[in-house]
Design a protein around this ligand. Structure first.
Ligand SMILES: [Zn+2]
Ligand SMILES: [Zn+2]
Length: 391
């Protein structure tokens, strides 16, 4: 098997679809749809894949806007993950229009490798990354169980392979106190808002003594109705994040103690509920990552494994990466300092020439990396060996 010849075929295959891929990237960008409502994006992406010989299953795992597009048969099964949801008010300010398009383009580009080597390339359409962590639900329901490797590329500010993402779980809290006239009969009231404020202060005190990459942040969603009434009810929504799952469990207990202490101090009754889904940290497969990096460099996009200035949040790809060897790479779509992700400037970059060219490069490098895995079973063995060493 001449892998270099195969990669040349992948490069020209992706290039031959440049017009359609630009069109997809623009159409999804111009018609932003929120999580679990991405019907048009799914129509367009799966339509493009069907036109290129992929078999499409839609509405999979109980999610209307999840899909799977497959080409080829047997093993291995290499997956490119597509996202296509937008943000409220801001449209494609996270550039997911480019993620879906890059994965669709990369899968079509990998067809010559599937034709020659066997195995399967699949695109898995994963809805609602931003608002509901769609991949967490899909992972729980077995959507990634039969995969040998999974890749995706997220638009950003650097060309890098490694994503540092934290384990994360949401917490909803309510305090129940007792209403009373705030001036006339303050002694008869139990102040649910004070319980919430005290909780914030306790968390602030705790924050001094937690690991440097851990994060705790929240908002008050109900703080009372009128200043002359002792608030009988307060509510808040919080996120607790940690570099690994063991520390997340430890931190969750400490955070909960802040609320319990505030309940004790004020006499308000506490009710709380942790989100059913939690985000896992990303397990980066460096063997797979190095292949992707070499392919990016070969097509002229200088890519590094790690960027020292990389920031970290959480992504539902974390849950996928705990099940399947995978990478969640970044591709630069803007060098503007003011164009942070989730800003209007970033939304603009996601439809720019620089953004669309980055999408093309991501598609090509993912297609080439799929070819690496399909053409040489030894390569896949190395990828899997690393994965199981870290599990
Ligand atoms: Zn985002
Ligand atoms: Zn995103």
């Amino acid at each position: 098997m001449d892998i270099e010849r195969l990669k040349t075929l992948v490069i020209s295959e992706v290039e031959s679809h440049r017009g359609e891929l630009y069109d997809l990237g623009h159409k999804i960008h111009d018609n932003p749809e929120l999580g679990f409502q991405e019907k048009q994006a799914v129509n367009w992406l799966s339509g493009f894949l069907a036109d290129n010989g992929f078999t499409i299953e839609r509405g999979i795992y109980g999610l209307e806007t999840a899909f799977r597009a497959s080409y080829g048969r047997g093993r291995p099964v290499i997956a490119l993950l597509a996202e296509y949801d937008a943000l409220p008010e801001m449209g494609h300010a996270c550039g997911h229009n480019l993620i879906g398009t890059a994965s669709a383009g990369g899968a079509v580009g990998a067809r010559p490798a599937v034709d020659e080597c066997g195995g399967k390339i699949v695109v898995i359409g994963t809805p609602a990354e931003e608002l509901y962590g769609g991949k967490c639900t899909m992972a729980q329901r077995g959507a990634f169980a039969d995969l040998d490797a999974a890749m995706m590329v997220h638009p950003g500010h650097h060309n890098t392979v490694v994503t540092e993402a934290l384990a994360c779980q949401g917490l909803n809290v309510e305090f129940f106190g007792k209403a009373s006239h705030a001036a006339g009969r303050p002694e008869a009231g139990i102040n649910a808002l004070e319980a919430m404020i005290l909780s914030f202060n306790s968390i602030d005190a705790l924050r001094q003594h937690i690991k440097s990459k851990a994060r705790i942040h929240g908002i008050i969603t109900d703080g009372g109705q009128a200043p002359n009434v002792v608030p009988a009810h307060s509510a808040g929504s919080f996120l607790v994040r940690a570099p690994d799952e063991a520390y997340l469990d430890e931190l969750k207990e400490k955070v909960l103690n802040c609320f319990k202490g505030a309940a004790q101090a004020t006499g308000a009754r506490l009710e709380f509920k942790w989100d059913e889904l939690s985000y896992s940290p990303v397990l980066n497969n460096l063997t797979l990552g190095r292949l992707f990096m070499q392919n990016m460099n070969r097509i002229g996009r200088k890519t590094r494994m790690v960027d020292p200035s990389q920031s970290f949040g959480s992504t539902d790809f974390g849950n996928v990466s705990q099940l399947v060897p995978g990478i969640h790479a970044s591709v630069s779509i803007t060098s503007r300092q003011d164009a942070a992700t989730h800003s209007p400037q970033f939304a603009e970059a996601a439809a720019s020439e620089k953004g669309l060219q980055a999408m093309m490069d991501a598609a090509t490098a993912m297609g080439m990396t799929a070819a690496d895995l399909l053409a040489d079973s030894e390569v896949l063995v190395k990828v899997k060996t690393e994965f199981f060493q870290h599990k």
